[in-house]
Design a protein around this ligand. Structure first.
Ligand SMILES: Cc1cc2nc3c(=O)[nH]c(=O)nc-3n(C[C@H](O)[C@H](O)[C@H](O)COP(=O)(O)OP(=O)(O)OC[C@H]3O[C@@H](n4cnc5c(N)ncnc54)[C@H](O)[C@@H]3O)c2cc1C
Length: 567
């Protein structure tokens, strides 16, 4: 038996119920006394739910991880000391990430190593650094570890989940259903009919025709053949129904601005309902790593932010309606009415439009036809796993494209970025440019644009490009992710609210010359219709950031309080 296997066996023997099925937390430290103390505290706090494994060096720990993976065991968290001879903690975590990319990564550091830990945040995609000593564990260790494990568990539960969806990887319908399930956090398992024997067996047992994919098998045994997203949402009870006749506040859009308004509105006693067309989180929910949101030094993923904010809004009493789109706004006396795509009408005293912006679509030949079949708009998180060892093209030169390239580089064989401008400097944050420069499998082609997308068997196979001197070339591509900017979708407000020439909604001092009807001055975020407010990216002159959207969403609630007092 290898040293690593020996350690793993010891660890299993140490586990309270001896089960080898519980996910593991692996702690590494070269100092036996510190390792024993970490393991003791972890066992005390988490031993019921997790196996606690130990290793005395990075090399031993990597062996344990490879063996765990070979056995199909889950690893939830890696905790590593920074100062270890041979292989420092950061170097070990970089290697460990390749074996167990989903495990949460925590670095144990002495105060003197804090700078090294902060510098390592990007290289390691570190989730947390913990200062030694961590006494008392109830305050310094358990809350942090619990938070990270809960986040890990919610991701693992989603993948192991009860709903099964069988389809072709490169079908738009399959992609839309998967995207919906992932973004709405419905536990579901994806089975690719071409790659998974289980998928074919399931179809056979259920007597289903492989021509009628995608198929969704629900936990109650029912089978939905080629359902629409709305049909699936209704069957799963995800969509929700309004509980009140009249609300103080209807929020349109569930991105950071809408979620913040739902949290503040509900917590400050307003009867609040939020309507979201797709899934809570908005654009931010699709970001693989938000690095500049205050208070999260190691960054956080957009889906994590969306999950936390959605739970918070619900806990504070806001109602959430998803997969429902606001299609019209009407004014009837003091009531503001929002018509929904399903035909329902919500009545409110105030409305907050927080509908953000949507990705601009590429109309280059081949791209419209292959959307969802190898061409994706901001679908980075859903598709990343399926991109293992593949050739990926990312189009765009701004931060969203940069984040996607960094994220995919951890899964794909190669990532080629097509950037129309002559350099990244003009369009991308410095920290991302530096990260991309460090990645060996990312190739940045500046002065280059896509001229066509070509397909084989109905899915993308190559992208034709024109380089700086106009020279044409063809790149093999398994998937192409397009990030070429975004614009607001506010046509439904035409003739009701004043907008600028690009469709962004005017507010505050801008509405005074655009048809503001009252003598009093409009509130800062108030539109041309009194009592209808706007926040976040959809507002004209807004700053396109998560923090500013959150700030405006919460600020809108206090303005709404003032409006209601005056009304
Ligand atoms: C890939 C990516 C990475 C990013 N990374 C960062 C980052 O690291 N840091 C940072 O600060 N910012 C980042 N941003 C920008 C940031 O995400 C946005 O500024 C922020 O999400 C804006 O929030 P919002 O609530 O105004 O709008 P959005 O996030 O756009 O949300 C609007 C929501 O409204 C819904 N909606 C639209 N119309 C309707 C309707 N008629 N009815 C019902 N619902 C509707 C949409 O489905 C959407 O969910 C990133 C953006 C992207 C795309």
């Amino acid at each position: 038996m290898s040293a690593a296997a020996d350690l793993a066996a010891t660890a299993r023997a140490e586990a309270p119920n001896g089960s080898s099925r519980r996910p593991a937390i692996l702690a590494v430290d070269d100092e036996p006394a510190v390792l024993a103390a970490v393991a003791r505290d972890l066992r005390r706090g988490f031993g019921e739910r997790f196996r606690i494994l130990r290793a005395g060096s990075g090399a031993d720990a990597l062996e344990i991880l490879r063996e765990s993976r070979a056995r199909g065991d889950q690893v939830a968290m890696l905790i590593a000391d920074q100062r270890m001879p041979g292989m420092p903690g950061t170097e070990y975590l970089v290697e460990a990430r390749k074996v167990v990319p989903d495990a949460k990564r925590v670095l144990l550091t002495a105060y003197a190593d804090t700078d090294a830990a902060i510098a390592a945040i990007n290289d390691v995609a570190l989730d947390y650094y913990l200062l030694k000593p961590w006494d008392p564990p109830e305050e310094q260790l358990f809350p942090v570890v619990e938070d990270l494990l809960t986040t890990w568990e919610s991701g693992a539960a989603l993948e192991a989940g009860g709903v099964r969806i069988v389809g072709h990887r490169f079908s738009k319908e399959s992609h839309d259903l998967r995207d919906f399930l992932v973004r709405n956090r419905v536990p579901a398992r994806w089975l690719d009919v071409e790659r998974d024997g289980e998928a074919r067996e399931l179809l056979q047992v259920a007597g289903l025709d492989a021509d009628r994919l995608p198929v969704v098998l629900l936990e109650d045994g029912s089978v939905l053949e080629r359902p629409t997203v709305l049909e699936l949402a209704e069957r799963l009870g995800v969509a929700g129904t309004p509980a009140q006749e009249h609300y103080d506040l209807v929020v349109v859009g569930g991105g950071p601005a809408g979620l913040a308004a739902a949290v503040y509105g509900a917590s400050e006693g307003l009867k609040t309902i939020m309507v979201e067309r797709e899934a809570p989180g908005g654009q931010a929910g699709q970001s693989s790593r938000i690095e500049n949101y205050l208070g999260f030094p190691a960054g956080l993923s957009g889906s994590d932010l969306a999950r936390r904010a959605t739970d918070q809004a619900r806990r504070l009493g806001a109602e959430l309606l998803t997969v429902q789109e606001a299609v019209a706004l009407r004014v009837e006396g003091s009531a503001r009415l929002i018509e929904l795509s399903g035909g329902e009408v919500l009545s409110a005293s105030c409305v907050l439009v927080a509908s953000g912006v949507s990705y601009r679509q590429l109309d280059t030949p081949g791209f419209p036809e292959l959307t969802g079949a190898g061409v994706y708009y901001g679908a980075a998180m859903t598709e990343a796993r399926a991109c293992a060892d593949q050739h990926i093209v990312v189009i765009g030169g701004a931060n969203s494209a940069g984040q996607a390239a960094v994220y995919f580089s951890g899964y794909a064989a190669t990532v080629t970025m097509l950037v129309r401008g002559q350099s990244l400097e003009a369009s991308m944050s410095h920290y991302l440019i530096e990260q991309i420069a460090e990645l060996e499998n990312v190739d940045v082609r500046t002065g280059t644009s896509a001229t066509a997308a070509e397909q084989h068997d109905g899915h993308l196979s190559q992208v034709r490009i024109a380089g700086p001197a106009g020279a044409e070339e063809t790149l093999a591509a398994d998937a192409c992710f397009v990030f070429i900017g975004a614009s607001p979708r506010t046509d439904w407000l035409e003739g009701v609210l004043a907008r600028d020439e690009r469709g962004f909604i005017l507010a505050g001092r801008d509405v005074q010359t655009a048809g503001w009807p009252l003598e009093r001055e409009p509130f800062v975020l108030e539109t041309t219709v009194p009592g209808v407010f706007v926040a976040g990216d959809v507002r004209a002159r807004s700053i396109k950031r998560v923090a500013s959207a959150v700030g405006e969403g919460s600020m809108a609630v206090s303005l709404i309080h003032e409006y209601l007092l005056e009304a």
